[in-house]
Design a protein around this ligand. Structure first.
Ligand SMILES: Cc1cc2nc3c(=O)[nH]c(=O)nc-3n(C[C@H](O)[C@H](O)[C@H](O)COP(=O)(O)O)c2cc1C
Length: 264
């Protein structure tokens, strides 16, 4: 499947088969995909603690909770607790030295590159080191890693859904993660029970409203021919709600014995 079609078919899959375990190898492949994602300064602050429902302790399972549609956590055979370790910023100088050594950053002889790094670049970073540990740039990079893992999961026939939580600090402590860590998101993983369309492609804000060209006042012009091509390529697919969605939800609710609205 081409990347465009993968992007068009990826959905947050909330309904997974609770009885079908996810192979450890497949989770490893997700983590491998996350590990090679870009990160500023090659700092690599993304971390994950993978919880397998069939082998984790009750304390661990009880520790991971999310307020919005948190029932997904109770269904999923695997929950990946993605978190950031801000202490990785302390290793930044060494990561940069590695990049300079292998010629990944730019021109000049090796010696010259190292000198420029030590005398010019590193002092700048040293001055803003603590700032770089605050929420911001590094989270962007963690997001890139999580996105790569998500696409890998899709390729392996798995469904995933990210769940945010305001109780990150509580979860961090319960899981015994160091103080330097922040919980980013909980990602449920399982074999999909709902159809891949999951009710259709989810609505997005208008293209011109969110992207600009050259000035803030100038919306990026959306070329209809490109849109048509992306429809033909399978990246833009039938929009939600598909006519059968309500019946699908009703079926899933019964099959999974889910009570209530499903929102909490
Ligand atoms: C970082 C992140 C956090 C999310 N948190 C939640 C959540 O707490 N509860 C939930 O039901 N969905 C959550 N979602 C899923 C979004 O609601 C979903 O991505 C959105 O509805 C669009 O659907 P799509 O992913 O199928 O395109 C989260 C998604 C992301 C990327």
């Amino acid at each position: 499947m081409e990347l465009r079609e993968v992007l068009g078919r990826r959905r947050s899959i909330r309904f997974v088969r609770p009885y079908k375990p996810v192979e450890k190898e497949k989770i490893q492949m997700m983590l491998e995909a996350a590990r090679i994602a870009s990160h500023w300064g090659n700092v690599q602050s993304l971390r994950a603690l993978v919880v397998f429902r069939d082998s984790a302790s009750k304390e661990t399972l009880d520790a991971i909770q999310a307020p919005v549609a948190g029932w997904q956590i109770r269904l999923a055979p695997v929950i990946i607790v993605w978190y950031i370790d801000t202490a990785s910023v302390d290793g930044q100088a060494d990561r940069l030295r590695q990049l300079v050594e292998i010629g990944a950053l730019g021109f000049g002889g090796k010696e010259k590159r190292h000198e420029a790094l030590e005398k010019q670049l590193l002092p700048i970073f040293e001055g803003i080191r603590e700032h770089l540990k605050l929420p911001g740039l590094s989270e962007v990079d963690c997001g890139q890693g999580i996105a790569q893992a998500t696409l890998m999961a899709f390729e392996l026939g798995l469904g995933t859904c990210c769940l945010g939580t305001p109780n990150g600090e509580q979860i961090r402590q319960a899981l015994g993660l160091p103080d330097s860590c922040r919980i980013l998101v909980l990602q449920t993983v399982g074999y999909p029970l709902e159809h891949w369309e999951a009710g259709g492609q989810r609505p997005r804000l208008p293209f011109e409203q969110i992207f600009q060209m050259n000035t803030y006042a100038t919306p990026f012009p959306r070329d209809g021919a490109v849109v048509e091509q992306l429809h033909a390529d399978g990246m833009l697919t039938a929009p939600a709600p598909l006519p059968e969605r309500e019946a699908e939800l009703e079926f899933l609710k019964k099959a999974l014995d889910l009570k209530g609205s499903g929102l909490i």
